[in-house]
Design a protein around this ligand. Structure first.
Ligand SMILES: [Zn+2]
Length: 201
């Protein structure tokens, strides 16, 4: 890591691109609910030997942690289950790339959704905390974020410092201490929860 000389440094989880059809605007209500979300998490068949050796463990770690991570991220207002026939496909792709949610619409209705999470960013093999934050971020894009204060699906006012609250920035900021795993954002902010229709009322 290039900032290894520092006891504390900021790193950026892989930033997020927009691929495929346009994001649905707020006029197109997502048909799936952040309160009861099901996810099909699986492994792609790409990647070098090192990544292909690593990726089943990554998949298992993320699968084990994702339901609780979603509950935490949504302040207890959302539930997530893993299912083969889920609301959305999430593929762990063992190649370098920009993770993204791709949605296709027809007649104003979203007909398919898919998230590709790349496990390599540049030359870095991403850690579970970074991948978890990326998965949460991409899932957040199903609903977030549109309108004033946003740009390309992200909040325009990206903070300079690390915060555990607020997952919909690009890039996301994680904090790393020498010798330990990065600490990444884990909780959606209230304005994000509002976009996800999970405001505490
Ligand atoms: Zn994004």
């Amino acid at each position: 890591m290039k900032a290894a000389a520092l006891a504390l440094a900021l790193i950026f989880a892989s930033s997020c691109g927009v691929i495929g059809s346009l994001r649905p605007g707020p006029t197109i209500a997502p048909l799936i609910s952040a309160a009861f979300l099901s996810v099909h998490l699986f492994i792609g068949d790409q990647g070098d030997a090192q990544e292909r050796a690593r990726i089943p463990e990554l998949r298992d770690a993320i699968a084990a942690a994702l339901p609780d991570a979603w509950a935490t991220a949504t302040a207890g207002r959302g539930q997530l289950s893993l299912r083969t026939d889920g609301d959305i496909d999430v593929e762990l792709d063992g190649t370098n790339g920009t993770s993204a949610l791709t949605q296709h619409s027809s007649g104003g209705r979203v007909t398919s959704r898919r998230i590709a999470v790349h496990t390599i960013d540049g030359s870095r093999r991403l850690t579970v905390p970074e991948l978890m934050a990326t998965v949460l971020h991409e899932l957040g894009h199903i609903w977030c974020c549109f309108g004033p204060g946003t740009k390309d699906g992200h909040w325009a006012d990206t903070p300079a410092d690390f915060s555990s609250v607020g997952l919909m920035y690009s890039p996301m900021t994680c904090r790393v201490s020498k010798g330990s795993d990065p600490v990444c954002p884990t909780v959606f902010s209230e304005r994000e929860l509002a976009e996800m229709r999970l405001s505490g009322l």
